[in-house]
Design a protein around this ligand. Structure first.
Ligand code: ATP
Length: 371
């Protein structure tokens, strides 16, 4: 079973321990503890190799043995094998059921479809969980941001159904189903119940998309009835964005369709200090892929500039999933200590440190805790 743990970036006490939804209904699989777990490692593109290697080092320093199966994907695989999703990668994922993944490049407007979307759909990783918390030592307009983004991962405008109706006229189809809407709402409410969260807010634009977003809301309302102890609210997406940047404390868990979830995740990351800090996980019935919210960040790739914290904390979420909650907590405490001290910070946080230096600082902080 999935262990209970503190969430990434949390500076709160153990009395507020949290866990992932784990009922059969929401489909997170039972975890084998004890044996050395096999995990697919996808370094990815852009800053991916740098931040994923940081996460691997930190996991090792936390004392967890992993049987990593390193696989290429995205632009790196296209270059090497002529295929952005090699069969070996898919076979590895089928075998391990768990991956730690760097971002994969998706060209804007041209080329192959997003491999990230392809993997989430192929393995039906329907729930994207992005815990977004303030860190002491990272100066932002709000101090105590504590938001959980729950994003539906398999449909909406990401269904990839686009066509040209006539020259100069194209259509993109937004697909919303009751099945997917109910299961993501159930995931959000189960998470809320198990982690003693206070509310779930469904974010929508049902005033305009009456059928699609209307169905999403109808499903969320139906699921909410089964969780009377958790406050259920609804907010139109534009108003929600305004409220998030003026009063983030009025939200707790955000329940969103795929596209709104993507956009609002970055907004929430901005509230706590940027994309370099926010981890993420994609859960399905048969496995999970852990990856930071950020993309390939080509502007800083290969320059030892990327902040590795988001990838490191994604690794901690993976350790929770693998039943290694104590090691995950050590990693969170160490990253929290490094950020709090403010001595070693990457440039996105106003410092001068590189990826390597920040990684070493986290490892040193972990050794200090143990020693
Ligand atoms: P993609 O197309 O893969 O999404 P992108 O550059 O459009 O790439 P992100 O990779 O999410 O989108 O990055 C957006 C901005 O945030 C970039 O300017 C990048 O430098 C910054 N950024 C993203 N990740 C990090 C990180 N780990 N550390 C520091 N800055 C980051």
């Amino acid at each position: 079973m999935v262990s209970r743990s503190i969430e990434p970036g949390s500076t709160r006490t153990k009395s507020k321990t949290r866990s992932l939804p784990r009922s059969r209904k929401n489909g997170l699989r039972a975890i084998r503890t004890g044996a050395v777990p096999a995990v697919t490692l996808i370094p990815g593109d852009g800053v991916g190799p740098e931040v994923i290697s940081a996460a691997v080092e930190v996991i090792k320093a936390a004392g967890v043995k992993i049987d990593w199966d390193r696989q290429a994907g995205g632009a790196a695989a296209l270059k090497r094998f002529g295929n952005p999703v090699p069969d070996e990668l898919l076979e590895s994922l089928r075998r391990t059921g768990v991956a730690l993944k760097g971002p994969l490049e998706t060209r804007v407007g041209v080329g192959y479809r997003s491999i990230n979307v392809f993997l989430r759909k192929t393995f039906d990783l329907y729930a994207n969980l992005r815990p977004t918390h303030s860190f002491k030592g990272v100066h932002t307009p709000f101090r105590n941001v504590d938001l959980i983004v729950v994003r539906e991962n398999t449909e909406d405008l990401y269904s990839g159904i686009e066509h040209e109706v006539a020259p100069g006229v194209v259509e993109s189809i937004k697909v919303i189903t009751a099945r997917a809407s109910k299961r993501i709402a159930r995931f959000a409410f189960e998470y809320a119940r198990q982690n003693r969260r206070r509310s779930v807010t469904a974010i929508h634009k049902a005033n305009i998309m009456k059928l699609s977003d209307g169905l999403f809301l109808k499903c969320a309302r139906a699921i909410a009835k089964g969780y009377p102890e958790i406050r259920y609210q609804e907010q139109i997406v534009d108003a929600a964005c305004m409220r998030l940047v003026t009063d983030p404390s009025s939200f707790d868990i955000l329940l969103l369709e795929n596209l709104y979830g993507d956009i609002v995740s970055d907004l929430c990351a901005g509230l706590v200090g940027g994309l370099g800090l926010v981890p993420g996980a994609n859960y399905g019935d048969k496995g999970a892929i852990f990856e930071a919210v950020h993309g390939t960040a080509p502007d800083i790739a290969g320059k030892d500039l990327a902040n590795p914290i988001a990838a490191i904390l994604s690794g901690a979420m993976m350790l929770d999933y693998l039943g290694r909650g104590a090691a995950a907590a050590r990693i969170r405490a160490a990253t929290g200590a490094v950020l709090r001290s403010g001595r070693v910070l990457t440039r996105d946080l106003g410092g001068k440190a590189g990826t390597r230096e920040m990684t070493d600082a986290v490892i040193r902080a972990m050794h200090r805790q143990r020693g």
